[in-house]
Design a protein around this ligand. Structure first.
Ligand SMILES: N[C@@H](CCSC[C@H](N)C(=O)O)C(=O)O
Length: 455
């Protein structure tokens, strides 16, 4: 078979049975592996559709520039379409997205503008706003707007849905997919429900995103929105492609559970997939454990490839630094503080204490880092090395108050944090804090961790 260009190779991706990871679950669990698309993600399907629909509508003209806000995969699909059809591309991306994605987009000739993640969508600095502004400023440019462009949903209605229906010979009973723009979830779900209205659909959401709460209450709850790490799913807006009528249930998955499951997919199933694939499988299996019956067939979409996350979920140091890689055979913070006498009390200073007194306390107790407490609350910290360099720079600080020289507070960790996680945190922080069951604050230092490791 000879293809006229790379875009003709999009679609018809394989469906593969999950073996080890679905053990104990009633029914059959299948995954549709979308990294077999030429851009290594399912977004190729909707990218080419958005481009061709825009060409037909006369919105995208020869020599034009495609401008899109993307978490990377849609950008890659658009870039391939642009190469095949002779357009230029400019993409805006939030700075949380992996470096690999930015490099891949540049490799296929796109210009990439990185924007801050932690700003509201309507902020002029957000990747949505910057894309819109560029579209307004650059003549002969086209802004697909994958969130609200219904060609996105249509692409999956026309391709992903029929492929799943045909490959399962109409036996599919459950469909699960991550929800970001909503196109793949809703286009596919609409098609499948038209074939068999009894098919149950499960949308996978992430903590920090609005979808699950919105489905359950009909309220856009701002409190649900906060920064999260998982890439490619979840939203702080309600895209037009999310049709809540065709999503029966939502399951939220943490960044950590998603990351751990992504690695398991690679190691236990040979599926070297991206981070949101871990979200989809973790969430879908949680749901399947409770709800699938013998004879049911669940299909989960795996959107992209693992190469995009080599510096993150596939990197042990990155995993450890984020507290995602735990070895349960290690002792925990709780074990360390559990060995302390019942009358343990945290050595601390107050903001109003003098620097001189803080130094004297460090000398007397031989500790090199002390939390600063105000009315029982931790408001900062002082460490010997930082104090010393400040005093060398400005000797009068000896007579100042602790509040004038203190640093930010040490980080609080969960009691079940294991030694490997604690030790990677302490590389950066010198010490961490933890509360015991009575709410008393303890400090854990490098020395405590070394001692716990040797015991
Ligand atoms: N807000 C999400 C991204 C939503 S979907 C975008 C799409 N996957 C793309 O490739 O552009 C995030 O936080 O990553």
């Amino acid at each position: 078979m000879i293809y006229n260009s790379i875009i003709e190779t999009i679609g018809n991706t394989p469906m593969i049975r999950l073996n080890k990871l679905a053990k104990g679950i009633k029914g059959d669990v299948l995954v549709k592996v979308e990294y077999f698309n030429p851009g290594n993600s399912m977004k190729d399907r909707m990218a080419i559709k958005m481009v061709e629909d825009a060409e037909k509508a006369g919105i995208l003209k020869p020599g034009g520039t495609i401008i899109e806000g993307t978490s990377g995969n849609t950008g890659m699909g658009l870039a391939l379409a642009a190469v095949a059809k002779g357009y230029k591309c400019i993409f805006t991306m939030a700075d949380k997205q992996s470096k690999e994605k930015i490099d891949i987009l540049k490799a296929v000739g796109a210009e990439v503008i990185v924007c801050p993640t932690n700003v509201a969508p309507e902020d002029p600095r957000s990747y949505y706003s910057v894309a819109r502004k560029l579209n307004a400023d650059i003549p002969n440019s086209f802004y697909p707007n994958q969130y609200d462009n219904l060609s996105n949903t249509a692409a999956h209605y026309e391709t992903t849905g029929p492929e799943i229906w045909n490959d399962t010979e109409g036996k599919i009973t459950h469909y699960a997919a991550g929800v970001g723009t909503g196109g793949s979830m809703c286009g596919t779900a609409k098609y499948l429900k038209e074939q068999n209205p009894n098919i149950v659909t499960v949308g996978i959401d992430t903590y920090g995103s609005v979808f699950k709460k919105y489905k359950e209450t009909g309220i856009f709850d701002e409190k649900e929105v906060y920064p999260y790490l998982t890439e490619g799913i979840g939203e702080d807006i309600l895209p037009k492609n999310v049709n809540f009528d065709v999503i029966d249930h939502f399951v939220k998955v943490t960044d950590k559970d998603a990351a751990v499951m992504t690695r398991r997919l690679a190691r236990e199933e040979g599926l070297f997939v991206g981070w949101s694939c871990g979200s989809a499988v973790h969430g879908a299996l949680e749901w399947a454990k409770e709800n699938l019956k013998e004879g049911d067939v669940m299909v989960i979409i795996l959107p992209d490839h693992g190469t995009r996350y080599l510096g993150k979920v596939y990197n042990d140091d990155w995993m450890r630094n984020h507290g995602f890689l735990e070895d349960k055979s290690y002792a925990t913070a709780k074990d360390i503080i559990g060995k302390r006498p019942s009358d343990y009390s945290l050595i601390s200073v107050k903001p109003s204490d003098s620097v001189r007194d803080a130094i004297a306390l460090m000398n007397k107790t031989s500790v090199s880092q002390i939390p600063v407490l105000n009315g029982g609350e931790v408001v900062g910290s002082v460490t010997d090395t930082k104090l010393l360099s400040k005093i060398i720079e400005n000797p009068v600080l000896k007579d100042a108050h602790v509040s004038d020289v203190m640093e930010s507070s040490m980080t609080f960790v969960a009691g079940d944090s294991t030694l490997d996680v604690l030790s990677s945190m302490i590389e950066k922080e010198k010490a961490v804090l933890v509360r015991d069951d009575l709410g008393k604050i303890h400090i854990i230092t490098k020395h405590d961790i070394l001692e716990a490791f040797t015991n």
